[in-house]
Design a protein around this ligand. Structure first.
Ligand code: FAD
Length: 562
């Protein structure tokens, strides 16, 4: 007689482990087996990427999975995302335009040592009653007929073994057991590659400069706690501190601008860093024998044709879709994915028919992927343009904090009333959100041929902008019912429309010499042709406080505004 489970999760990485904890916390009676092909404990530091977390995933780890105490004791607090844009030489950090928070952020986030974290999650899920098998490689599945149990075949102790389960969850990351079996692989139109490695010890960028004013602008030991991005056309280089007192370094680069074969060995990566980030090269390129690891990944973005099936199978984490790590959103997608999936499994366990929910969650999940794609697609060519990138990064944060983070912390993604109201009709707020974002992202691309100025010696803090501060603070505000949540999304959308209109006024003034007081329909903005009043009959005039905020991001001289 084969052993039977309610849920078998193939792959005990971040997605699989956190799903098991979420399910067990909601219902300790659910029986779960995790099959993990790794045969020993995860390495400290040199385990996986996915070290930097942002607000949505942090809320998931701290509040949904109750890991706050672990995170505060064993992982590092993160001081936001921090960006250094290009100057001519890239040899003196304090000379480069820097974007990042100066004071402690109101909403927390963490830097994760993935080895330490996964070992802890394994121990924790076992303590909740999950069976966890190391050195167990899921090989195949025979799907049960007419709602019957699935049979999973896995290799363990040099034998093929079998286990039966109601639900099979594929969390094998790029091995993608189910995608391959059922043929729902899907290419993503975003061709970016990465190379990364871990080095022993702490790298504190405050020590790279003698400029005392710059060094003390932030409290000591705060700057290095950020996820640091050094940027120029076609690439960003990351530095991420780890709780194990080691440091993660990575290059992420567009294939068309910095081909993969210029970064795909350590020797080439060092030569590349020396050429493109000469100051960083002095601190982040130890001799090869001192490296903890070196890894590469070509064309990492991928899409998925399916996510959740009411036939009781699903994918989570990178076994589904993955886009781009620029804003550290990998764990956000895992949080959303696991939240939808655990809701389906728990309802099914109670005997509810999940057919309609599974379809709605899958459509919403895939639609989010599509609406997030324009944030990254073709945008690496903008990374050498400081002014465009400052607008873009602030816009991208605004849309992220004001809608998906708010919906997630308020349990909006599993509320059918909210999903229906926000996404079903063409005129719904969620659909408008996608159109507005696509227009703004296209505006950034159209701005590129007109933006030639290099800027230096500036610091810009997202929390100097009131609208960004209010969006970030809003993440943790709980709204009492679906109507209030929808009303808050509507308010936030109205503010986003004003920000888009105000950005357009400035850029169009510079490029096409339009008046600063033109009315702007944020759903019609385009820089391809000069502004036309007839296009903008439904235009709005942004309020003064929004205009003031947007002007804080504007680096060109004021005369341009006249
Ligand atoms: C360059 C880069 C940088 C990134 N940076 C960030 C970041 O800063 N922040 C962030 O949030 N995300 C980041 N990500 C994304 C992040 O790495 C992923 O979202 C996350 O690691 C995916 O977790 P997972 O559980 O799907 O996969 P994994 O954590 O890789 O887990 C998959 C598990 O499945 C096991 N496995 C594989 N095949 C089998 C099998 N047949 N049977 C049993 N077990 C199997 C593997 O051993 C592994 O443990 C980054 C991604 C890239 C490419």
């Amino acid at each position: 007689m084969l052993k039977e489970y309610d849920v078998v999760i193939a792959g005990g990485g971040l997605a699989g482990l956190t799903l098991s904890i979420q399910l067990k916390q909601a219902n300790p009676d659910i029986s779960i087996l995790i099959l993990e092909s790794r045969d020993k404990a995860a390495e400290t530091a040199a385990h996986k990427v996915g070290e930097s977390t942002v607000e949505l995933a942090t809320h998931y780890f701290r509040e949904v999975l109750n890991l706050k105490a672990y995170l505060e004791e064993f992982e590092l607090p993160k001081h936001g995302l921090r960006f250094f844009f290009t100057d001519d030489k890239k040899e003196e950090l304090s000379n480069r335009v820097e974007l990042g928070p100066r004071l402690k952020l109101p909403v927390p986030s963490h830097q994760l040592d993935r080895g330490t974290f996964e070992n802890y999650l394994e121990k924790h899920t076992k303590s909740l009653g999950t069976d966890f098998l190391l050195a167990a490689r899921a090989k195949d599945v025979v799907f049960g007929e007419a709602g019957g149990l699935h049979e999973i075949i896995y290799a363990h102790e040099r034998e093929d073994k079998k286990v039966r389960t109601k639900w099979l969850v594929d969390a094998t990351s790029r091995i993608s057991l189910l995608k391959r079996k059922l043929g729902f692989q899907k290419e993503a139109p975003h061709n970016v590659n990465a190379a990364w490695y871990r080095v022993k010890g702490v790298i504190d960028i405050d020590e790279w400069s003698e400029n005392e004013k710059w060094k003390t602008f932030l409290a000591p030991k705060l700057r290095y706690l950020s996820t640091v991005h050094f940027m120029d056309k076609g690439y960003w280089l990351w530095i991420i501190p780890l709780g194990s007192k080691n440091t993660s370094i990575g290059i992420v680069a567009d294939e068309d601008i910095h081909p993969f074969d210029t970064i795909n060995t350590y020797e080439k990566a060092v030569a590349w860093i020396n050429k493109h980030e000469p100051q960083a090269a002095k601190f982040v390129c130890p001799p090869k024998e001192d490296l903890m690891d070196f890894r590469i990944l070509k064309h990492f973005a991928h899409d998925s044709g399916r996510i959740y099936s009411s036939d009781r199978w699903a994918v989570t984490g990178e076994a589904g879709a993955f886009l781009d790590p620029f804003y550290s959103p990998g764990s956000d997608f895992i949080s959303l994915n696991n939240t939808w999936l655990s809701d389906l499994i728990l309802r099914d366990y109670k005997g509810e028919d999940i057919t309609v929910r599974a379809q709605i969650y899958e459509q919403t999940h895939l639609a989010w992927y599509q609406s997030w794609l324009p944030i990254y697609q073709d945008k690496y060519k903008l990374m050498g343009n400081t002014q465009i990138m400052v607008f873009k990064i602030f816009w991208d944060w605004a849309i992220y904090w004001s809608v998906p983070c708010l919906l997630f912390t308020n349990h909006g993604f599993t509320d059918l009333k909210i999903l229906k109201e926000l996404f079903v009709s063409e005129k719904s707020l969620g659909r408008k959100f996608g159109v507005l974002n696509k227009n703004v992202q296209d505006m950034f691309l159209d701005w590129l041929p007109h933006d030639h100025q290099t800027f230096e010696n500036r610091y810009i803090d997202p929390l100097d902008l009131d609208y960004l501060k209010s969006f970030q603070r809003g993440i943790d505000e709980m709204h009492v019912n679906p109507d209030k949540i929808i009303a808050k999304v509507a308010d936030n959308m109205a503010l986003l429309e004003q920000v888009a209109a105000s950005m357009f006024q400035l850029i169009s003034n510079k490029i096409h010499d339009t008046s600063m007081s033109v009315k702007v329909d944020p759903y019609k903005i385009s820089l391809k042709t000069p502004y036309s009043e007839t296009e903008h009959v439904k235009g709005i005039q942004p309020q003064q406080h929004v205009i003031k905020d947007v002007e804080k991001m504007w680096f060109y001289t004021k005369e341009v505004l006249a």
